[in-house]
Design a protein around this ligand. Structure first.
Ligand code: GLY
Length: 350
């Protein structure tokens, strides 16, 4: 993975591992306009959603653009069909480059549509939310939901590049900042006790006020996620750890139309409780996770219909026969993969 610092903003990025399918480029602290240095304007089609398009209309000037309806409810096959129709109308061929500009819904759906159009054209992303910058745009998993089943259909294909323009975050609403910090806290819980302690000392507001601090945080999280996926692109081992909080989280997200970060936050608390009851996760660490989530304005509990959730959980991609690979914590910064028999999990959920 090649890292290019387009400007000299102090960040924490270190050399990132590359190899396999990871030969893309990360452009950190770049401006959106830098895109013209990366791709040919004539041979590129941008895909975004109506929210991003409305707020940043001037950035799209002169670019062929497909604008999607905004929101997770549109991360469905019908939107992919719409994109394919638009690509045909715009005469896209195998040399066309597609760039997804937006949050996780846009990057997931763009990566998928680009990967299947004419059996695959090249694509890159400009993530516009914290969540997409630290998580959703990285790793190559892309696809769509099927009804309430999150990411049930898709494939893994890596983007050619990611461009990080932190200025795009200036207009990001507070609830989206909160959303993104759920994944940052997840990374801290599973991989980085030091970052967990740093987050305890900071706040969303302190990152919003200090561009250097924010850049360092984003680059650190990009590094954590990238290192995990480069070593396990197809989720045979360590990549499973990134699912911490996501098993229950995904089950409740679409059923209750929760923001992804809220669903993951509730899922992480549930996983911490399970960690405390069947693993050696301490009461003290459990309390610290709860306090950190609350400090970043994330919910630590939710009153969901356990029977209904159980029905959705059974369809989770992480189920393997009679057990589910659940991600638990031994301690803050140390996650493990624990197969839990479905019957035991049913009791734990209830
Ligand atoms: N696109 C998100 C991931 O690969 O994890």
């Amino acid at each position: 993975m090649k890292v290019i610092k387009v400007s000299s903003l102090a960040g924490a990025s270190e050399a990132l591992p590359s190899g396999g399918n990871f030969n893309g480029v990360y452009y950190f602290d770049a401006e959106f306009a830098y895109l013209e240095q990366i791709v040919s304007k004539q041979q590129t089609i941008l895909i975004t959603d109506e929210n991003v398009f409305e707020i940043h209309r001037q950035l799209f000037s002169g670019w062929q653009t497909i604008v999607l309806p905004a929101g997770e409810q549109h991360k469905q096959q019908a939107t992919v069909d719409y994109i394919i129709g638009e690509l045909i109308t715009k005469n896209a061929d195998r040399n066309t480059f597609i760039v997804g500009i937006g949050g996780g819904v846009v990057t997931d759906i763009t990566g998928y549509a680009a990967s299947i159009y004419m059996r695959g054209v090249k694509f890159g992303f400009i993530p516009t939310t914290i969540l997409a910058m630290v998580d959703a745009s990285i790793g190559g998993k892309n696809g769509v939901d099927v009804g309430i089943y999150k990411n049930l259909v898709g494939l893994i294909k890596q983007p050619e590049f990611l461009l990080f323009d932190y200025a795009l975050l200036k207009t990001l609403p507070d609830h989206q900042w909160i959303n993104g910090f759920a994944e940052v806290i997840k990374h801290a819980c599973i991989k980085d006790a030091e970052m967990f302690a740093m987050l305890e000392a900071e706040s969303i507001e302190s990152f919003q006020l200090d561009k250097n601090k924010l850049a360092a945080l984003i680059e650190k999280n990009v590094q954590i996620k990238t290192s995990v996926v480069v070593n396990d692109e197809f989720e045979k081992g360590d990549r499973k750890l990134l699912n911490f909080g996501h098993t229950l989280g995904h089950a409740i997200e679409n059923m209750y139309q929760l923001p992804h970060g809220h669903a993951v936050s509730i899922g992480m608390m549930a996983a911490c409780h399970i960690s405390a009851s069947i693993n050696n996760f301490s009461a003290d660490d459990l309390k610290k996770v709860k306090q950190l989530l609350e400090k970043y304005h994330l919910p630590a509990q939710y009153d969901f219909d356990k029977d209904k959730i159980w029905e959705v959980l059974k369809m989770d991609k992480k189920r393997a026969g009679n057990s589910m690979n659940f991600i638990l914590l031994n301690a803050i910064g140390h996650a493990i993969i624990q197969p839990i028999p479905m019957s035991e999990l049913e009791n734990l959920i209830h």
